[in-house]
Design a protein around this ligand. Structure first.
Ligand code: GLU
Length: 302
């Protein structure tokens, strides 16, 4: 049997627009952390949410990564090619009695729920109703009060009571699509990802993902969340924010800006070429220099 790698990282952009500075920061941190550990680094296109996908965006993102000198291992994984894997996980959760069908609209949840750390906490309306699955019905995970505890490599000790702080969350949406939380957990496990390095806007997704890993009997990778670049309004830069796409014509400038943003330093002056950047950055990367900052208002995930 081939031995599993000691370190396999990944970058997982959603194809909702061109790669902007915020996603470059996550790409660079995940790639440098992997390479500086002698590890592998893969790219996964998170196109599970077909409603948010912008045609051509995935290819444009990959072209930008290449123009900046990123080199990934293996083939690019696309979530749109993997619905059977997500269905299998849903079935396993259902067999274990950990999911239920939910017919509530957003408005009903807002009226009966309470605000939580990441959006409305589901009030439990359908938890014991035993509804049949059908059109316009979502599937939710039945959370519990066993705390999820993990040590983030940047943010330190994190403890979350998923049931109380986040509530029962959607694993299959009412439009039939698999939810981000479920797809990520299945993908990270199938790809053999050992280390996740990503933006701190996903810090509260991690307890939900660790809970799903537990329930599905999957290993949990190590997690490091890095601060996210914010726009002038204090919110996370979004890929729809066309004001900040990466300029292919100035790859070194973009890489150096992301390096500085991550609190990294050069021992003897900034490198003058993209090739020199990668050589020196892999040698000089220190995750401990990344300073945690309060996470931004959370991105809406379904
Ligand atoms: N697809 C997510 C995004 O573009 C990242 C998910 C992850 O790294 O787990 O924000």
């Amino acid at each position: 049997m081939p031995r599993p790698p000691r370190y396999r990282g990944r970058f997982a952009p959603s194809p909702t627009g061109p790669l902007h500075f915020g996603s470059l920061v996550a790409a660079l941190a995940s790639c440098l952390d992997a390479r500086s550990h002698g590890g592998e680094w893969q790219v996964r296109i998170e196109d599970v949410d077909r409603t948010r996908e912008v045609p051509g965006a995935a290819d444009a993102q990959l072209a930008t990564l290449e123009a900046l000198g990123f080199a990934w291992d293996g083939n690019v994984v696309r979530q749109s090619a993997r619905p059977e894997r997500y269905d299998a996980a849903l079935q396993a959760l259902a067999r274990a009695g950990r999911t239920y069908v939910c017919a509530c609209s957003r408005r009903q949840i807002a009226a009966a729920g309470r605000p939580g750390a990441d959006g409305w906490i589901y009030p439990g309306t359908c938890r014991e109703r035993g509804l049949e699955d059908g059109p316009h019905r979502a599937v939710r995970l039945r959370t519990d009060d066993a705390p999820v505890v993990f040590v983030d490599r940047v943010y330190g000790d994190i403890r979350c009571d998923v049931e109380r702080e986040l509530g029962d969350f959607v694993v299959r949406r009412a439009d039939g699509q698999h939810a981000y939380q479920l797809a990520v957990v299945v993908d990270d496990a199938d790809q053999g990802v050992t280390h996740v390095v990503r933006g701190a806007d996903l810090l509260l997704s991690t307890p939900r993902q660790i809970l799903l890993q537990r329930l599905l009997g999957l290993p949990s990778p190590a997690y490091a969340h890095v601060p996210v670049a914010l726009g002038p309004d204090g919110r996370k830069l979004s890929k729809q924010d066309a004001a900040h796409p990466i300029e292919h014509a100035r790859p070194l400038a973009a890489l150096l800006a992301a390096w500085d943003f991550l609190g990294q330093r050069w021992e003897s002056g900034a490198p003058g070429t993209v090739t020199a950047f990668w050589e020196e950055a892999v040698r000089g990367w220190r995750l401990e220099r990344v300073t945690p900052r309060p996470p931004p208002p959370l991105a809406e995930q379904s």
